[in-house]
Design a protein around this ligand. Structure first.
Ligand code: PEP
Length: 245
């Protein structure tokens, strides 16, 4: 399956950061994978403009479940689609932790993303404590079962396995740990979506960088990566993209 490399800029990026988008668009023509960059809301429309007529897609890092209304400070999936976003990251552990987002909210947001024609990148992952208790598969499986929309397909759903303890820490699970969780995710996707579940991309996320990307991409059921810190500089992100052959 064609790999997907997704960059999550988190709360980083000013107008000057659009130069990174311009640098990346040059790479996408030759890349053997799909690439999406998710800058903060404030840069999305200008990033879409910079990525125009290239294979670089632009996404968002969150959306509200409602289409419009009295939700001060929120942005709907329709608003994102309207300015040219194609993907939206949902249920990132930072939002689960600091905004109290649970699986029910993530599901509602994923339904909203699909209503607006966006591809939902749904994030799941266990904490260090949950892994130490031997509950990683149970936790990830529970999050996944509760947050996949009934009518999801491989065309509008991507799953990102991001162990919370690996995000921004430089720690990466062992190859066996990644393969074990990705296999469990694949099984649930097949149970829920039938044979189409085999085509849903499962990304690994958590301290991916140019130096470890190739090894991670060689693992079974790893169809790409969700990259935080290493996506901020086009030169480092390019190293990850070129590992995704
Ligand atoms: C993330 O925040 O989605 C992430 C994977 O971060 P990092 O690559 O910095 O660990």
């Amino acid at each position: 399956m064609r790999r997907l490399i997704a960059g999550n800029w988190k709360m980083n990026g000013l107008a000057s950061s659009l130069a990174e988008i311009a640098a990346l668009r040059e790479l996408t023509g030759k890349a053997a994978c799909d690439i999406v960059v998710c800058p903060p809301f404030t840069l999305i429309d200008r990033a879409v403009e910079r990525a125009k007529d290239s294979n670089l897609a632009i996404g968002a890092q969150d959306c509200h479940a409602q289409q419009s209304g009295a939700h001060t400070g929120d942005v709907s999936a329709e608003m994102l689609a309207n300015i040219g976003a194609r993907y939206v990251i949902l249920g990132h552990s930072e939002r689960r932790l600091s905004h109290g987002e649970d699986d029910e909210i993530v599901l509602a947001k994923a339904i909203a993303a699909h209503r607006a024609g966006l591809i939902a990148i749904v994030c799941v992952g266990e904490t260090r404590h949950e892994r130490d208790e031997g509950r990683a598969i149970e936790v990830v499986g529970g999050q996944l079962r509760e947050s996949i929309p009934e009518r999801a397909t491989s065309a509008d759903l991507v799953i990102a396995y991001e162990p919370v303890w690996a995000i921004g820490t430089g720690l990466v699970p062992t190859n066996e740990q990644i393969e074990e969780v990705h296999a469990a995710i694949r099984q649930i996707l097949e149970e829920r979506l039938g044979s189409d579940g085999r085509s849903v991309k499962i990304l690994y996320g958590g301290s991916v960088k140019a130096s470890n990307a190739q090894a991670i991409f060689g693992l079974r059921n790893v169809d790409g990566a969700l990259v935080g810190g290493a996506s901020l500089k086009a030169s480092e992100f390019a190293g990850i993209i070129s590992a995704a052959v």
